[in-house]
Design a protein around this ligand. Structure first.
Ligand SMILES: [Fe+2]
Length: 511
């Protein structure tokens, strides 16, 4: 069992002493929040402790409040599935801090076992060999399951001499893609049973399509086996989104999708932000009445410019202290109308670990902000009035722009669609994105979100792909000297506004 590095000893209070003791004997520690929920649980505590231990996957030694809430919520949900009449009998105290699918709160952070996407308080990774094995096996198993619904495959180890000349299908993780001197494309594929070389000849119909294959993604391949470790490919299959045409959820109100404020940079557009706030708070004329419909603001990372993020950054900073940057950011955000729920996820300029997935901003920073603001990790799933939103800062867009033909910073929505096709937010491992090999791959897109919201690249991109609304939300930082040299044209002060009932998007311009 992997222990979380550093000691997090749960306080022992008299009412909970026995609970702490019993879990300690089984090798588990309790976070104070988790202990509080267990102590407040009105049902059988013995039964609850048994469920907590049963449902632990053995990789985490510290039980936190979200795990306990999740167990309580999932038990309640399954009770409802068995008998809808049971809903009325579930008392509110049994569903303490994590909103469940039937909780009355309009905003939910989904961090239960099925959708363990927010790493906050859950990191188990120490970076040893076993972590990498667990990480990649988890990625493979999850995406294999998706592909298996559409492809009847066999293990690679079974492709022996008896399969020579026969058409077979395999599901594998891409180890390497290369083009030979003769111009054929070669994909080295692995599954937990073995390796195979998939060959796409340069005159094959799928040759162009095979140029979209990238390392570390999981794909299905069908072709003719030579019985000697090679497969001549006839078709390629990506996990992709189901082909639904519209999201099933229907929400209400309006959500504004923001990112990359970069407060602290001397390029932060304070004046444009001021215009935005005036409009939002009803101080300006708003004939459309849209501002009064805003219920949520989601910020997908890079709230501040940070310190030491790139060489020579200091000359671009107006505020050179990271905490002062967050204090300034808080002053800008705390002015938002109080009935609007603000959700903040971090990015690579924020004061959290650079390795992804990233936890939410630390307590000492949160303290500067209004108490009702919600801080989540990167990536994170939230549900806004019934509409599921997958928030990811979007650093992997750097990798996809470098690797995939036709993908550029000018149209980030295309890179985001490639994430959806691969059912993975950051498929290429070990390139621009530093990914911590957690025991679980938090980047697998386990189910279709209604909205995929990214930032990072400072350009606005909006698209719809198989029922998913794809939004990259631009920036509040004007063009920097570096961007000028690189001929990068940011789209600043533009806010994508999503009507959660119709899912229509408008671009509001404040620059
Ligand atoms: Fe970024």
């Amino acid at each position: 069992m992997q222990r979380i590095s550093g000691s997090r000893i749960a306080p022992v209070h008299d009412p909970g002493r026995e609970i702490v003791q019993r879990l300690a004997e089984m090798g588990y520690q309790l976070e104070p929040g988790a202990l509080k929920i267990i102590c407040g649980y009105s049902g059988s505590k013995d039964e609850l402790l048994r469920r907590i231990v049963d449902q632990s996957d053995g990789s985490v030694a510290v039980i936190d409040s979200s795990q306990v809430s999740c167990i309580l919520s999932s038990s309640a949900a399954s009770a409802i599935q068995q008998d809808r009449r049971a809903l009325s009998s579930i008392s509110a105290p049994d569903l303490p801090s994590r909103p469940s699918s039937f909780a009355s709160s309009p905003i939910q952070v989904e961090s239960c076992a099925e959708l363990k996407c927010d790493i906050t308080g859950r990191s188990t990774c120490v970076g040893d060999y076993n972590d990498f094995v667990h990480y990649f096996r988890d990625r493979y198993a999850k995406i294999r399951e998706m592909l298996s619904r559409r492809l009847s495959s066999r293990p690679i180890e079974s492709l022996g001499k008896s399969t020579a000349g026969r058409d077979v299908s395999v599901i594998g993780m891409v180890m390497e893609v290369r083009t030979t001197a003769k111009g054929n494309r070669v994909i080295e594929l692995e599954d937990p049973t073995g390796l195979i070389t998939a060959v796409i000849q340069k005159d094959a119909e799928i040759y162009e399509q095979s140029g979209l294959v990238i390392t570390d993604e999981v794909i299905g391949v069908t072709g003719t086996s030579d019985g000697n470790g090679r497969l001549f490919v006839k078709s390629l299959l990506w996990p992709d989104m189901p082909s639904q045409t519209a999201p099933l959820e229907k929400g209400s109100g309006c959500a504004l999708l923001l990112s990359d404020l970069h407060v602290g940079s001397r390029y932060f557009m304070a004046e444009a932000w001021g215009s935005f706030l005036s409009w939002l708070n009803g101080e300006d004329d708003d004939p459309s009445g849209l501002s009064s419909q805003v219920r949520y603001i989601v910020i997908a990372g890079d709230l501040v410019d940070g310190i030491g993020i790139y060489p020579g950054q200091e000359k671009d900073l107006e505020i050179k202290d990271i905490y002062a940057q967050y204090q300034a950011a808080a002053r800008h955000l705390n002015g938002i109308r109080k009935d609007i729920k603000v959700i903040i996820s971090p990015g690579n300029h924020d004061i959290v670990r650079q390795a992804e997935p990233q936890p939410s901003l630390p307590d000492e920073v949160r303290g500067y902000f209004r108490e009702d603001m919600l801080f989540v990790g990167n990536p994170a799933w939230v549900t806004l009035s019934g509409i599921s939103v997958l928030i990811y800062h979007g650093r992997s867009i750097d990798d996809l722009v470098l690797r995939l033909p036709g993908i550029s910073y000018a149209a980030p929505e295309k890179a985001m669609i490639e994430m959806l096709r691969r059912r993975h937010l950051s498929p290429i491992y070990g390139s621009r994105v530093s990914i911590a090999p957690e025991h679980e791959d938090h980047y697998v897109i386990s189910r279709p979100p209604a909205i995929l919201h990214c930032g990072h690249v400072h350009t606005v991109g909006i698209a719809r792909y198989k029922g998913v609304l794809v939004v990259n939300s631009g920036t509040w930082q004007s063009q920097t000297d570096f961007q000028k040299k690189m001929n990068i044209q940011p789209v600043a002060g533009v806010v994508p506004a999503v009507d959660l009932a119709s899912m229509k998007v408008r671009k509001l311009i404040f620059s």
